[in-house]
Design a protein around this ligand. Structure first.
Ligand code: WTA
Length: 645
């Protein structure tokens, strides 16, 4: 049993680490017993404040209301840039590695300062003011980070939309948070192919009449449409603005950014993060969980369009004055050893990626890994989905040569930073377990009735008290915030995940217990996918579930009922799959589409997803009780027409 397998902390690692086991225990205890004292001290150590706080924490999970460092003032961009200039102005802040292995560059903190100041003045010149929302739809180029930090500098709220999302998704996000300015690039480049970002933006903006400015970064020089009144080239307008821009003094609870994420119902929601608590937590988790040591090169392979990119490419590392690597490409281009070649080229010490990437590379065998040295690596990390022990072991032994501890970090867009994770110098690891809570995090397991479970148990994962980086609201919909996270188990934050706690108090995340899919580490709501399918005139009804997938973790399985009289054809299937990709983006590619003459429903008309999940997972011997179905015969029909996976 892999659960029995324990990898102790290498003594040499512990000896040099920021936090060893005793320190972890002591600090964790203090963070729970005296949160105000603990967080006040950390906030002084990690962040530069213009004005101190009146109160460390004020909260009520029933309203819900969460306020950290009330009365304090700071600026996130100042903390990520200006305060490092005296001591490390000439040191590299961002190492950029292009999609093309021949392209890379280093940006020093001085250069970062210049670029961000100039970008800030560009935004101001186009009318952006404190509190305004700005949409950023960018490839993985340094300008994406400049744009985020420029917003933070002038107090604008960025809403980064992942470059893989479709025009329709951009439009929805722009409208929901009323962005008037969009920052994009002519094209992105991934795996040698161009991505038409400006064209997607143009299409999205057909439905966004209030957007008056599109700032365009020239990445490829490819052909694009130009809207004279609305579009400005960054390099042209930057030449007309001042080089310096004073950071705006922001309240600790002023919004820093909005990031849309999928939930069990309706359209993606705008998760709102504020400034003080988020930045402190980003910096602190980056330092302690990655045991970041001055001068190291740290690489998180996420895209800045996701929370992982926000917290662990941009805000956390830069707040700590670290050297953060930003990679434009994909793991398999030009070949499957790219990740490890980049590690050697830039002497990467810490490498942080998703289980889905590990599984995909594992399939290519050890060859592409072993032809590289990787001797600079000292720590590995994973995030985004449960990691199966087999992939963990491969990562540990093949990639890390059995030398590097692995931090399996469980967290969410909503949590802003790591929640359950080993600290590598303190906590022995077990393959497949995210282990123990970070400082100040109080996880608990409850049964479906909300009863707290003690000791060894399996249940729904909740958090019983606030931590500094937790989301503060759903943008424009506080009621939804309460309903989604604080109503299932009143008085507690409900994560939507299930977990098991073992005899050592280690947590094992078992995956989502709601209608959210995790496909290659990307969150998708079944409701979103279903809404996209029923847009088609031929579709009467659709139900989408996840099923176990070797590489992606979960695959997308759709059951589609056609309008009476319409014949199911392969051409129609292809059309529907394309429709969903166009509506949401390529991450929403249906893996299996099964025609369903009817869907299994209860007598009150509720779709019984449990049965659909079982059929999709090929667990047809354990369908469970079907007697409450309005028409049990539906199940036989679905079984007879099962689609191949
Ligand atoms: C899943 C990504 C198991 C989980 C930072 C969570 C994980 C969702 C892990 C959040 C992990 C993330 N082990 N599951 N280490 N990390 N998850 O919002 O289901 O994109 O609820 O944030 O990913 O995904 P999100």
């Amino acid at each position: 049993m892999s659960e029995e397998k324990v990898y102790p902390v290498p003594p040499a690692f512990a000896a040099k680490a920021h936090i060893n086991e005793t320190q972890y225990r002591d600090m964790y205890q203090r963070s729970i017993d005296d949160p105000d004292g603990f967080w006040g001290q950390q906030a002084e150590a990690f962040i530069s404040w213009y004005k101190p706080w009146d109160k460390v924490l004020d909260w009520d999970f029933n309203e819900p209301r969460i306020e950290w460092f009330g009365g304090a003032e700071l600026n996130a961009s100042y903390n990520c840039i200006d305060r490092h200039l005296d001591t490390r102005g000439d040191q590299t802040a961002i190492v950029w590695e292009g999609d093309d292995p021949a392209q890379d560059k280093c940006i020093t903190y001085n250069e970062l300062h210049r670029e961000v100041c100039s970008f800030s003045n560009v935004l101001k010149k186009r009318g952006v003011r404190k509190g305004d929302r700005v949409c950023i739809y960018m490839p993985m180029i340094p300008e994406a980070a400049y744009a985020m930090l420029a917003c933070a500098r002038i107090g604008a709220v960025h809403s980064v939309v992942f470059g893989g999302f479709s025009a329709e998704s951009i439009k929805d996000r722009i409208l929901d948070s009323d962005c008037r300015v969009v920052i994009t690039a002519d094209e992105g480049v991934r795996g040698g192919k161009a991505v038409a970002l400006k064209a997607h933006t143009d299409k999205a903006l057909e439905g966004c009449p209030d957007v008056h400015t599109v700032v365009v970064v020239r990445r490829t020089g490819g052909h694009i449409q130009w809207h004279e009144e609305r579009d400005v080239w960054l390099h042209e307008i930057a030449a007309t603005v001042d080089a310096n821009c004073e950071p705006e003094h922001m309240s600790a609870e002023d919004p820093l950014f909005i990031l849309y994420t999928s939930g069990s119902t309706g359209k993606p929601k705008g998760v709102l993060h504020t400034t003080g608590g988020y930045l402190l937590y980003a910096a602190m988790t980056h330092q302690y969980v990655f045991d970041y040591q001055d001068g190291e090169t740290y690489w998180c392979t996420a895209d800045v369009g996701w929370i992982t990119g926000h917290t662990y490419i941009v805000y956390g590392p830069l707040a700590n004055g670290a050297k953060t690597l930003m990679f434009e490409g994909i793991p398999t281009w030009p070949d499957a050893s790219r990740f490890w070649q980049v590690c050697d080229k830039h002497q990467v010490t810490t490498f942080y990626t998703a289980p889905t990437a590990i599984r995909a590379l594992m399939r290519e065998g050890e060859g592409p890994v072993k032809k590289t040295s990787r001797s600079s690596l000292r720590l590995l990390g994973t995030v985004g989905e449960p990691i199966n022990p087999e992939a963990w072991e491969w990562y540990y032994h093949v990639v890390g040569d059995g030398r590097c501890p692995i931090v399996d970090t469980w967290w969410q867009t909503e949590t802003g930073g790591h929640m359950i994770t080993p600290l590598p110098g303190a906590i022995a690891t077990k393959p497949g377990s995210a282990t123990v809570p970070f400082f100040g995090v109080a996880p608990a397991l409850v049964d479906n009735e909300g009863k707290l479970l003690e000791g060894e148990a399996e249940g729904n994962l909740v958090i019983t008290r606030p931590w500094p980086a937790m989301m503060r609201t759903v943008y424009g919909d506080h009621k939804r915030f309460k309903e989604t996270y604080f109503s299932t188990y009143p008085g507690m934050y409900f994560s939507g995940d299930g977990a098991r706690r073992d005899k050592d108090g280690y947590y094992w995340i078992t995956g989502r217990v709601d209608d959210v899919l995790n496909v290659s580490g990307h969150r998708l709501g079944t409701a979103e996918l279903e809404s996209a399918l029923v847009l088609h005139d031929a579709v009467a009804e659709a139900a989408v579930v996840g099923y176990p997938h070797d590489i992606k973790g979960q695959g997308i399985y759709a059951y589609v009922t056609l309008v009476k009289g319409i014949e199911p054809t392969d051409a129609l299937k292809t059309e529907l799959i394309k429709l969903v990709r166009n509506e949401i983006g390529p991450i929403a590619t249906i893996d299996v589409l099964q025609w369903a003459p009817a869907l299994p429903k209860t007598r009150s008309g509720k779709i019984m997803r449990r049965i659909l999940r079982k059929i999709a997972a090929n667990e047809i011997d354990s369908l469970g009780d079907t007697s409450t179905l309005a028409d049990p015969g539906v199940v036989d029909e679905l079984l007879a027409n099962r689609a191949h996976q």
